[in-house]
Write a protein that binds this ligand. Sequence first.
Ligand code: CIR
Length: 256
Amino acid sequence: MKIAITRAVSPAIEYCELTYLERQPINLDLAQQQHRQYEAALAALGCQVISLPVLADQPDSVFVEDTAIVLDELAIITRPGAQSRRPEIESMAATLADHRTLHHINGGGTIEGGDVLRIGKTIYVGISSRTNLAGIEQLRAIAEAAGYTVRPVTVSGCLHLKTAVTQVGTDTLLGNRAWVDMDALKNGFDFIDVDPAEPMAGNAVLIGSTIIYPTDFPRTRERLEERGIPVSAVDASEIGKAEGGVTCCSLIFNQS
Ligand code: CIR
């Protein structure tokens, strides 16, 4: 059984951090409705959804993925690169303490979970505006002791590694190669390129062999379906305006 931790959309989401996107009005009611549908999609794929209470004063708190890295053996509470997001970690630590032994990123190290792509025992970590080398070295020390290999990947032109690339099958990645150092990812993966008209289409949540995927990217979705990848489609238009994708809204891990 997989657990998916989510958190309801903050009424302050219109004040979210934005790095590469222009600010646009976000429809709060619609964002909350879309988020509930996203939670239903997670449940339909067999996840036990733990929906955390809203953090009204934390605009970006729906993006729980950034606050922790959960491995089978342990969890790492991150230190977000965006200072405004650091207050989000406290309640995530309290929740995850019920499931894993906790480790913490500290000092000058920063990491956001959106930069962390774990595939088997390899952890690819984006070097981005939010995740620095000091943070990656701390992650490396913790994760390598548990048998993982940590591989840094330079990200440019988008917020996080997983804005650009995610896993959509056992040996298959989906992504926008313009935003990542492809040499760092070359490890025998099949790579499905996003449609050029849909640069933000590289973010999908893989559960079993199905992906939760935004309706906003029909051209790339066609590419995925042609490859036989089952898609559970969700409308994620409003969180997209906050520079978030579908992975950002959950922390998914195996029940211990
Ligand atoms: C931020 O800039 O921190 C939020 N507005 C978006 C975070 C998206 N999170 C993710 O990709 N993991």
